[in-house]
Structure formats: structure tokens, C-alpha cells
Design a binder for this molecule. Structure first.
Ligand code: HSE
Length: 312
């Protein structure tokens, strides 16, 4: 059995416009890192957290990495505890799946530390429980792709049925994170609980179109399908200059542009590096004119999910 492991788990873009709670994909960067050590003392201790600007609690029961490790230990009962060092590589409350990355890193690290008693699919319900602890709902569209890599469809929650969707190799994602925070819990509360049949028809046409477009590498179909008539109209009100950014980003040639997860980050997909960079400049300029600082991440789709960085 190993004494220590060091792992990386990726940021994720959930919803992907039309797929509220059922679609998500993993990014190559950014991501969180965890160093986890086995301890004789049972239970979970968080030793250090870096990169969070002091926002996160080191109390294991109040930190999603700690909660994830506790779920793992309760499940597997290895007869040891763990201590954790967490390096946050992404902003918190940004819509990049920050809690999912930490939970995934922690579960993946613990599983390796204790010689893989669980397979990746068995880690998913534990990761979903962490999402529930943090935002009130056990949604899987961040933790699914964070754990499995690639583009993930949650076909069903009960029973859980997760499908990996093949994506074109050259797809690029630009994420622009304005420096405001939106909690997923709040962004879920403002959504309408009922939707009109007309909107449902539009939405499921787009979900099916997006999946077909990805599987056929049909960029025009991907672009036509990256539309959301359910969450985006409500949540975009929380993001200054969202409409202006979306209009300008589409005009510059991106395939589609919507809110990343519950926001406030905005994502756009393209298969052209120049457009990916131009999208970042456009959005940063718009946010700047609203008095907001922002940062840009440009990444391919991460096909691997979490990875082991080094072992001792
Ligand atoms: N599907 C979730 C939501 C993702 O939109 O609330 C949160 O990142």
C-alpha cells in the first residue's frame, strides 16, 4: 500500500448550453491537485490549502475534499485515515466545477492510496453525494466528466446511467471567468420549476442535435444546437453584459456560447485557435467595460479525467 499520492482532477463545463444537469465535459486546464497521505489515525485531516485566497475551510467536514475522503473511508473501511494538501487551481464559485474537481481529486487519490478497492464508476455516487453536501443537489454533470474525462451524458439519475460521448479531437473551449461569485445553490433556486411544452421541445431537439453533432464531428450542427431556452434566460441576468458577449462571440465565429455550469463563467466552443483567443479578448473587453476584471482559460477537451502526478 502506498504512503502518499499526488493527483490532478480537471475543471468541467456543465450543462453545455442545452443539457441542464445531464451534459458536461472536462477541461485539460485548469484543475485541482491533491497530495494525500495515509495516516495511522483514522479520519480525515486537511493540512494545507493553497490557491483559495483563504476562502476554504480546513475543517474536513466543511471542505468538499475532506467530505469526499470521509465518504471514501466510510465506504471502504481501510483501517487508516488520510491527511490532505489541496492546491486549488481554479476560482471558487465560478461555474467551472470547483467543488467537483476537489471531490474528484480526493476520491481518486484515496482510491489509489488504498490500492483501488473501487472502480471509477463506483466513485461517482460518492462524488455526487459531495455535490449534494455543497450545493443541495446530487447533480453529476460536473463530477461525471471530472471522473471519467471527455464529454459525459447523464442519461438517467435513477438508476444512474452515464454515457461517454465521443467528441471531435480539435474542439477547443474558451472559458471567461468574470470576478464575481455565483453560488450554485442560489443559481438553482432562481430557476423556474415548470417549463412550457414548447420550450421542452426546443431543448430536447438541441440536446439530441448536440450529441449527434459531436458524434458526427458536424460543427454546424453542434453550433445550431448550443442553445438553452431554460436556464440561460434566467441565469444570464446574474452576469453583466452576457447578451453583448454572446452576440459578439458568435459573430466572431465561435460555434456556440453559453453559461458554464451555474455561472458566472461563460464558455464558447470552436475548432479554431485564433477564434478561441479572440473570444477571450472580446469577453474580457466587455467585462472590463462593465468594471469587472476577468480571466480566460483556453483548453482542449480532457479525455483522461483525473491523473496520478507522482508517487512515493
Ligand atoms: N447542472 C448544474 C447547475 C451544474 O447548472 O446547477 C452546476 O455547476
Amino acid at each position: 500500500m502506498k504512503e502518499e499520492v499526488h493527483v490532478f482532477a480537471p475543471a468541467t463545463v456543465a450543462n453545455v448550453a442545452c443539457g441542464f444537469d445531464i451534459l458536461g465535459f472536462a477541461l485539460e486546464q485548469p484543475g485541482d491537485e491533491i497530495i494525500m497521505r495515509r495516516t495511522r489515525q483514522c479520519g480525515v485531516v486537511i493540512r494545507k490549502i493553497f490557491g483559495d485566497n483563504g476562502k476554504l475551510s480546513c475543517e474536513a467536514g466543511l471542505n468538499v475534499a475532506g467530505i469526499a475522503a470521509s465518504h471514501f473511508l466510510n465506504n471502504v473501511q481501510p483501517g487508516y485515515g488520510v491527511e490532505i494538501e489541496l492546491q486549488k487551481g481554479m476560482p471558487i464559485g465560478s461555474g467551472l466545477g470547483s467543488s467537483a474537481a476537489s471531490a474528484t481529486a480526493s476520491l481518486f487519490a484515496a482510491n489509489i492510496l488504498f490500492d483501488k478497492p473501487l472502480n471509477i464508476m463506483a466513485l461517482l455516487p460518492l462524488a455526487m453525494e459531495c455535490e449534494k453536501a455543497v450545493c443541495g443537489t446530487a447533480h453529476a454533470d460536473n463530477v461525471g466528466p471530472a471522473l471519467l474525462g471527455g464529454f459525459t451524458l447523464i442519461r438517467s439519475y435513477e438508476p444512474l446511467d452515464v454515457v461517454a460521448i465521443k467528441t471531435p479531437d480539435d474542439l477547443l473551449c474558451t472559458v471567461i471567468h468574470p470576478h464575481i461569485e455565483v453560488s450554485t445553490e442560489d443559481a438553482r433556486k432562481i430557476l423556474r420549476k415548470q417549463i412550457a411544452l414548447k420550450d421542452a421541445i426546443t431543448q430536447w431537439g438541441n440536446v439530441a442535435g448536440l450529441i449527434a453533432g459531436l458524434m458526427k464531428s458536424d460543427y454546424e450542427l453542434i453550433g445550431r444546437s448550443l442553445r438553452d431556452v431554460i436556464a440561460e434566460p434566467v441565469r444570464s441576468l446574474l452576469i453583466p453584459r452576457f447578451k453583448e458577449i454572446q452576440t459578439a462571440v458568435l459573430a466572431c465565429g465561435a460555434l456556440g456560447c453559453s453559461i458554464s455550469g451555474s455561472g458566472p463563467s461563460i464558455f464558447a466552443l470552436t475548432n479554431d485557435q485564433n477564434i478561441a483567443e479572440e473570444v477571450g479578448r472580446i469577453a474580457q473587453g466587455e467585462f472590463q467595460s462593465a468594471g469587472l476584471r476577468s480571466e480566460v482559460f483556453i483548453s482542449g477537451i480532457n479525455q483522461n479525467g483525473p491523473v496520478l502526478i507522482e508517487e512515493e
